[in-house]
Design a protein around this ligand. Structure first.
Ligand SMILES: Nc1nc2c(c(=O)[nH]1)N[C@H]1C(S)=C(S)[C@@H](COP(=O)(O)OP(=O)(O)OC[C@H]3O[C@@H](n4cnc5c(=O)[nH]c(N)nc54)[C@H](O)[C@@H]3O)O[C@H]1N2
Ligand SMILES: Nc1nc2c(c(=O)[nH]1)N[C@H]1C(S)=C(S)[C@@H](COP(=O)(O)OP(=O)(O)OC[C@H]3O[C@@H](n4cnc5c(=O)[nH]c(N)nc54)[C@H](O)[C@@H]3O)O[C@H]1N2
Ligand code: SF4
Ligand SMILES: [Mo]
Length: 726
């Protein structure tokens, strides 16, 4: 049968590899695309954390499908997940270590590469002090790698100038949770999307960026969905109610809701008394945020402010979720506090449907928050706490004096440190700052000051690897083992489906070998051979902490499926769905804190010369800096280049039309030749540019303005002008 149709199409002369076959399971497909086995793993893009199976034939990944048994996605995947296997065979994978000599990259052995790296780092540290070495990592490694890297940096290299791209992303949520509740850790669960009777999404465009959460939201049959976003996103189009706030007016709106809740006695006095501090000050503070005052700031009507406040007050279980529209702000952490205030004033958190919930970004930003040594010590321990330092020192069998008493520089301060030549060598792991860091010119000046730059990436060339003195080729998703934690604290197993290409090594192996080169492998990683060893140690280190992994094991995760922490040893259950169910928080008095937050305007206002507010963000087809999705034909073709959204009234005034090429200019730089999209999904006076494209780099325009608390950049507003390109 197979032969006859092949002959019919003249395919019988082709080798078997290219022949088509009719396989009962797959239908008509190229033989080379029929998997011989399926390997279970977790998606390596976003923090939704979908379970998937990778189809493998020989040593190639040839297909991906959703894992029907996975509690998050139940068999479904978005377009990025479905095509993720194509990233493994991309032409631009980094294949061997490359050392720049006389401005040319030369291939070198791993021994030479790591020898050179350690030698350069140590000599910089000898000359300028230990802190002169900086490290920038990511939210895209496995937790085991974050844990190992933290030890290597803090104990091995002895520098605390270590941070990650998570500061460009989650830092405001982390800092906000720590201030309100005493610890990081999102309290809710995805089930809440279906169980809540009022879902409010603030600055979160889940239709593009967390598509499978839309599926979970679709299970909500009676609740109301409200989107708060200056732009009419796809998510706003799906919602029951869209509140098109003026940029950066969220705090005013949230305070206005608080004001009405108090004025109309829709608060829970008993909960406030038992479980919070700071109510009297907050009551006084919110008195000024009347609906009319808030309407003036937010651009909403008084009725809209009253309506959303009353909906919140009447809701049995309000679920307030947010992403970068909140975090990417000079008041990011404070906006998070203003959100938490509302849940606390009404006592509506810790039960089915009710939570203030930060939706994370990267596949394992949560793992980095839990286990690395960037903004906290592992297990959400605080650098500032002598007790926490003593505890981690004991677990690591080191003297407590070697544990720093405060965190090192956060990402923007590391860059500032390079500008000032305090940081002289940098190790970048799995992030691409030339595209993603704000104010490109400052960054390139900073990198230019370094004596040695190492970039460890799965791909080369990238805009960042091109700046490196040494490129270390890394294995990526699909080629390594470990665990990821998703936005709802669910720990999922990640497995290697295929070996890495060329000489690429897993980040884990690179860290172990570096420790070897540094002479600290036996001390830091005794008898470790693989990620399982790190996981076993991490279980002990997280024991008794909020993110308790002690009851988890690779075997349990493989057999029972992914599990939400905390999961202490001896637990029979399938994880903890919600935190703070008992109203006991992580501050020393076990109470949550209410914060008085004052609204402030965005750091850069439009002017005559720069009349537009530039908003930057994402689209469903692409992942960040496109090292991965730019290599997937299907995704690339759907969205091959950047575009600028502009309201029809503005376009008409400027004499511009759909598809015209325009130039954007800010006080920092300019971007040329962007295709104009004239559309009323964007308000007059605003423009929107996706940040994915280095060729049209939005971060040549954005500004160096950071949240003083979280250090997160204000990516979502800066002032620009738009003119026709010449
Ligand atoms: N397809 C895809 N998915 C992704 C990613 C990706 O690159 N591509 N990245 C992942 C990562 S790391 C992250 S962090 C998430 C990000 O996920 P999102 O936060 O959903 O993504 P963004 O597009 O950056 O911004 C969200 C929204 O904030 C709105 N916004 C801008 N200013 C304001 C404001 O002042 N107030 C309010 N309320 N809203 C405002 C924007 O209009 C935008 O719609 O996505 C994750 N998922
Ligand atoms: N203007 C503007 N700028 C923004 C944002 C915005 O909304 N607007 N969003 C910000 C946010 S929220 C984020 S999270 C950042 C993201 O910014 P980046 O972190 O710079 O973006 P990615 O493209 O995810 O970069 C990850 C890099 O790691 C590599 N990589 C992938 N997997 C692995 C691996 O397993 N090991 C190693 N060693 N390398 C690997 C990839 O090839 C890629 O080069 O961008 C920020 N920048
Ligand atoms: S929603 Fe996120 S985790 Fe799920 S398949 Fe898409 S990118 Fe992967
Ligand atoms: Mo992010």
């Amino acid at each position: 049968m197979k032969k006859s149709w092949k002959r019919l199409l003249g395919l019988d002369i082709l080798s078997d590899k290219y022949a088509y076959s009719n396989d009962a399971e797959h239908g008509w497909v190229a033989t080379e695309k029929i998997p011989e086995k399926w390997v279970k793993t977790t998606c390596g893009y976003c923090s939704v954390g979908c379970g998937m199976k990778v189809g493998v034939r020989g040593d190639r990944a040839v297909a991906v499908r959703g894992d029907e048994d996975h509690p998050v996605n139940r068999g479904k995947l978005c377009p990025k997940g479905l095509s993720e296997h194509h990233t493994l065979q991309a032409r631009s994978r980094a294949l061997r270590p490359l050392l720049k000599q006389k401005n040319e990259f030369q291939p070198v052995s791993w021994d030479t590469a790591l020898d050179t790296m350690v030698e350069k780092f140590l000599s910089v540290q000898a000359k300028y002090g230990k802190q002169a070495l900086g490290v920038l990592s990511t939210g895209q490694l496995v937790t085991e790698e974050f844990y190992a890297l933290g030890k290597l940096i803090q104990l091995g290299f002895g520098t605390s100038n270590y941070d990650g791209n998570t500061t460009l992303c989650m830092a405001s949520a982390v800092a906000g949770y720590k201030r309100s509740f005493g610890s990081d850790g999102p309290p809710g669960a995805y089930d809440d999307l279906a169980e809540s009777d009022l879902v409010i999404l603030i600055g979160a465009n889940i239709a593009d960026n967390h598509p499978i959460l839309c599926q979970r939201l679709a299970e909500n049959r009676q609740g109301t969905v409200v989107v708060v976003d200056p732009r009419v996103t796809k998510t706003a189009m799906l919602a029951d109610l869209h509140l098109p706030v003026k940029p950066r007016s969220d705090i005013a709106l949230l305070n206005g809701i608080g004001h009405v809740l108090i004025a109309e006695s829709m608060i829970d006095a008993a909960y406030i008394e038992r479980h919070t501090t700071g109510f009297e000050q907050l009551r006084t503070h919110l008195a000024a945020y009347t609906p009319s005052h808030v309407a003036g700031i937010s651009g909403l009507t008084e009725e809209q402010v009253l309506d959303i406040a009353r909906r919140f007050g009447r809701a049995r279980a309000p679920f307030v979720a947010w992403t970068m529209g909140v975090n990417h702000s000079t008041q990011g952490a404070e906006t998070v506090n203003a959100i938490c205030n509302l849940s606390l004033l009404t006592g509506k958190l810790g039960f089915a449907g009710a939570a203030p919930f930060s939706i994370t970004g990267q596949c394992n930003a949560m793992g980095s928050r839990e286990a690395s040594c960037t903004s906290s010590l592992p297990g959400y321990r605080k650098f500032e706490s002598a007790e926490d330092r003593a505890e981690i020192a004991k677990l690591w069998n080191v003297d407590p004096s070697v544990i720093p008493t405060k965190r090192g520089h956060a990402y923007p301060d590391l860059v500032e440190g390079m500008v000032k030549k305090e940081i002289r060598a940098l190790w970048i792991i799995a992030t691409n700052p030339l595209v993603s860091f704000p104010n490109y010119d400052v960054l390139t000046q900073a990198l230019g000051n370094l004596e040695f730059l190492v970039v460890q990436d799965g791909f080369h060339p990238t805009p960042t690897t091109l700046h490196a003195d040494l490129v270390l080729p890394a294995a990526i998703w699909g080629e390594k083992e470990g665990t990821y934690t998703n936005s709802e604290r669910r720990v999922s197993k990640v497995n290697a489906a295929v070996p890495p290409p060329g000489e690429a090594l897993s980040d884990f192996e690179i860290f172990l070998r570096t420790a070897g080169q540094l002479g600290v492998r036996d001390k830091l990683f005794p008898n470790w051979t693989g990620p399982r060893d790190a996981f076993e140690e991490w279980r002990q280190v997280s024991k008794g902490r909020l993110c308790d992994y002690s009851g988890l094991s690779y075997e349990l995760l493989e057999t029972a499926g992914p599990i939400q922490w905390p999961h202490p040893q001896g637990t029979e259950s399938t994880g903890t769905r919600r935190l703070y169910a008992d109203g006991r928080f992580e501050h020393s008095d076990e109470k949550a804190k209410l914060f008085c937050i004052e609204w402030q305007p965005a750091p850069e206002q439009p002017s005559r010369q720069y009349p537009f507010v530039l908003n930057t963000g994402r689209t469903v087809e692409h992942w960040h800096t496109r090292t991965k999705t730019g290599e997937v034909e299907m995704l690339h073709r759907m969205s091959p280049r950047a575009w600028l959204e502009m309201n029809p009234t503005d376009a008409e005034r400027l004499g511009l039309e759909m598809h015209d090429k325009v130039t954007l200019v800010s006080r920092r730089g300019q971007v040329d030749g962007v295709e104009l999209r004239v559309t009323s999904i964007i308000a007059p006076g605003h423009v929107f540019l996706p940040f994915h494209y280095f060729e049209y780099n939005s971060n040549r325009l954005t500004l160096s303005a950071y949240d003083p608390i979280s250090r997160e950049p204000n990516y979502k507003q800066c002032a620009v002008r738009v003119e026709r390109s010449h």
